[in-house]
Write a protein that binds this ligand. Structure first.
Ligand SMILES: Cc1cc2nc3c(=O)[nH]c(=O)nc-3n(C[C@H](O)[C@H](O)[C@H](O)COP(=O)(O)OP(=O)(O)OC[C@H]3O[C@@H](n4cnc5c(N)ncnc54)[C@H](O)[C@@H]3O)c2cc1C
Length: 555
């Protein structure tokens, strides 16, 4: 089992004992600066409750069901402790964390089971069906859209969480096809370690990489930080095996097929509503030996968007390409600043840039290449550099790229620190054709800002372009607003509703990579249309006629 949940923060992000690691001086500087920007004095939030203080009702499951589950999963594979039920009740979205920190968890699973293999998964689904239990498949539990909330539908007798993390083996390597087959409960680091040992990589690095699983990536249609080079997970999956309540479904391992509609495409993004993905065959790439990542400054976000589009449409092979809007550029600088240090090279460089005309409103672009040789990486980075300079960019050298690589899996720890300061942090993401990206950005920022003013009295909204394609790009928004403990969930849902309406109103998709879960499901008919929804429901009815798989999510 690769994920040791007792070593992870149950009501926040990441490993116990790890944090943003701010010094006291830096903490008080940041508190003051953020308060100043929000026009208020930050008051520390109430301390999160201890897990041990949360009282749970005993499991409603009878001994006969528990015995049947134990016969399949073994004594240790069937758990009803408070720790297991609480750590499998919710994911890692803002409302999930607010509820966990207060100890008001709401929906709880009756039992958490760890099947040892594919047959075990099939047997657990049979037992759950007989007992009219809802089944929530749980990988890393890093969903940020309510995808793993332990909620049963009316008429169901409770929730069984099926934790996939015992299914963590490398099954096969096919060197001549450059593919690898893994069980789906393996987590990011373990999967990548198997490939790296063979000189290969999957190249899939969502920011949650360290704590999420292959099955979760496929089920949510996830996308990694280097998707420009390797593609989203849908481009990396060759085939898979899924255990549904109606039996096993497998797709064929071939590079492409014209045998009708693509079943992989219907299963990728199915969010545990059709069955449990138990294994997948993946395309792998040679492990890059060098990377070259740099920064470039533009006078405005629209200018950097145009420059990034130029690079993508010229087909320059980059792995990293992202552009921060003015607020994010400024906030990133603020977060890096250490008032305890006498010399701040970054601040000096930006002061010089201001004198050169790159002042307020400026926007940073990060770009980089990963290759087998220094020469190839350098050539691609230099090609992008020429293109970006021609579009008006001012080179910032390698320092911003180095800082991004160093912090790329650490930034989520910041959310817990901000929550401790009484500030809520949430993220939203979408994608649109290039012709709409700029308007989408300004429209959503405006909607977020208005919604935060209305429901929280203040807020900061910022965004960046995180993934790009020839025909369009993904925009990723981050918001910060002061928490009102008496109505924090309402604050969040109102802001989320107004922002999501704005995203769809400006022609963006409901989600580029976080998925739908329960948080976005009410907007699905807007995106898919009535007939599209009927087709998706028909597929669900075929594979899960009793509606036991992850009710209330996606559809
Ligand atoms: C800090 C942070 C950063 C993130 N960064 C990114 C990012 O860069 N890119 C990105 O795409 N996402 C990102 N996410 C979102 C999340 O990590 C992804 O959705 C991830 O793919 C979820 O994987 P998981 O194993 O944690 O799945 P879980 O959270 O356990 O489950 C997610 C959904 O998939 C279903 N599921 C899980 N395993 C299976 C399976 N084997 N079979 C069938 N269904 C299954 C669940 O039922 C649920 O509906 C981030 C989340 C956080 C908290």
């Amino acid at each position: 089992m690769t994920i040791a949940r007792d070593k992870l923060r149950w009501n926040g992000w990441g490993r116990l004992g790890e944090s943003v690691g701010f010094s006291r001086v830096r903490e008080s500087y940041l508190r003051e600066q953020l308060g100043h920007r929000l026009g208020l004095r930050l008051a520390p939030a109430a301390m999160p409750v201890a897990l041990e203080s949360i009282r749970l009702p005993p499991t409603k499951l009878g001994q006969s069901t528990l015995c049947a589950l134990r016969a399949v999963c073994g004594e240790g594979g069937v758990r009803t402790s408070a720790f297991e039920r609480i750590t499998h009740a919710l994911g890692k979205s803002l409302p999930d964390l607010l509820r966990l920190r207060r100890g008001e968890i709401g929906a709880l699973p009756e039992v958490v089971v760890y099947p040892p293999d594919e047959n075990g998964v099939a047997a657990v689904l049979r037992i759950a069906r007989e007992g009219q239990l809802a089944v929530v498949t749980f990988g890393g539990g890093t969903s940020v859209v309510g995808g793993v909330e332990a909620r049963a539908a009316p008429g169901q007798s409770g929730v069984l969480v099926l934790d996939t993390t015992r299914l963590d083996a490398l099954i096969a390597i096919d060197p001549s096809s450059a593919t690898a087959t893994f069980q789906a409960g393996i987590d990011g680091p373990a999967l990548e370690a198997e490939l790296v040992a063979r000189g290969r990589t999957l190249g899939h690095f969502p920011q949650s990489f360290e704590h999420s699983t292959l099955g979760g990536w496929i089920a949510t249609r996830s996308s990694g930080q280097f998707s420009n080079a390797y593609g989203g997970i849908e481009e990396l999956v060759v085939s898979m095996r899924v255990i549904t309540p109606e039996g096993a479904l497998r797709t064929v391992s071939v590079p492409r097929s014209a045998a009708g509609p693509d079943l992989n495409a219907l299963l990728v993004g199915s969010e545990g509503t059709l069955g449990v993905i138990v294994e997948a065959t993946l395309r792998t790439s040679p492990l890059p030996l060098v990377h070259d990542e740099r920064g470039m400054l533009f006078r405005s976000f629209p200018e950097s968007l145009a420059a990034v589009r130029e690079v993508v449409q010229h087909g320059i092979p980059l792995s990293l390409l992202r552009a921060s809007d003015a607020t994010e550029t400024e906030l990133a600088q603020l977060l890096r600043r250490d008032p305890g240090r006498r010399f701040d090279l970054g601040a000096l460089a930006l002061r010089a840039a201001s004198r050169a005309g790159y002042g307020p409103g400026r926007s940073v672009v990060l770009y980089g290449a990963e290759e087998m040789t220094r020469k190839a990486a350098g050539q691609h980075a230099a090609g992008a550099r020429r293109c970006l300079r021609a579009a008006g960019g001012l080179p910032l050298g390698r320092a911003p790229g180095r800082a991004w690589r160093r912090d790329r899996f650490r930034t989520p720890y910041l959310r817990d620190w901000l929550l401790d300061q009484g500030l809520a942090v949430d993220t939203l993401e979408t994608a649109a054709p290039w012709s709409r990206v700029e308007r989408l950005h300004s429209g959503v920022i405006r909607a977020l800002q208005d919604a935060m003013e209305a429901h929280a009295g203040a807020g900061i909204a910022m965004g960046h372009l995180s993934h790009s394609y020839r025909d369009g790009a993904c925009l990723y928004f981050t918001i910060l607003f002061p928490i009102d403990p008496a109505r924090d969930l309402l604050q969040w849902s109102e802001i989320k509703r107004e922002a999501t309406d704005a995203i769809l109103g400006e022609g963006g998709t409901l989600s580029h990579h976080h998925g739908v879960g329960s948080d976005h499901s009410s907007w699905m008919p807007v995106e898919k249309g009535a007939l599209g929804m009927r087709a998706l429901h028909a597929m669900k009815d075929a594979l899960d006629p009793s509606g036991m798989m992850n009710p209330g999510k996606l559809l």
